[in-house]
Design a protein around this ligand. Structure first.
Ligand SMILES: [Zn+2]
Length: 160
């Protein structure tokens, strides 16, 4: 029981970190910019965001949603995505427990959250995310018995 609480906390913390990266993916992938480099910058003043100011959710609260350098407002969406990812990862853990299904479910939850937000912003689903998603879906399918291989293509066709 205590182990499960600990793992639930890990799932939340890991979700916060992944959510922070999803923010970068959501912003940069549609623009065709690398999600690894360069470091995140304030869109207003261009100041590089220091590691200490880049802690998921916490930095946003401590800085009261403003850039440390210029005081420009930072969108509440960044901490919201981080918190949502943490909540979704905990939900995956609560649903599937200590199993391989938990990381697989969390992976696709994160991918779908990024795709949903990019779709909302730009009305596109970038191939660079969807194709690897399809490949991973086929590859990881044996690990998740509830996701039958033939249901994937069937579902995709139904959405057309
Ligand atoms: Zn700034």
């Amino acid at each position: 029981m205590q182990l499960e609480i600990l793992l639930g906390i890990y799932a939340a913390l890991f979700g916060l970190i992944v959510g922070s990266y999803l923010n970068v993916v959501i912003y940069r992938v549609p623009l065709g910019i690398s999600t690894v480099l360069p470091r995140s910058r304030c869109p207003q003043c261009g100041a590089a965001i220091r590691a200490v100011d880049n802690v998921p959710v916490l930095s946003f609260l401590l800085l009261r949603g403003r850039c440390r350098q210029c005081g420009a407002h930072i969108s509440w969406r960044y901490p919201a995505i981080e918190a949502a990812t943490a909540a979704l990862f905990v939900a995956c853990f609560l649903r599937f427990g200590i199993s391989l299904e938990t990381p697989v479910a969390a992976l696709f939850t994160a991918l779908l959250l990024a795709l949903a937000m990019i779709d909302y912003d730009h009305m596109i689903l970038p191939d660079v995310l969807t194709w690897p998603g399809i490949a991973l879906g086929i590859l990881l399918q044996p690990l998740v018995p509830w996701a039958r291989l033939w249901e994937g293509p069937w579902g995709a066709m139904a959405l057309r």
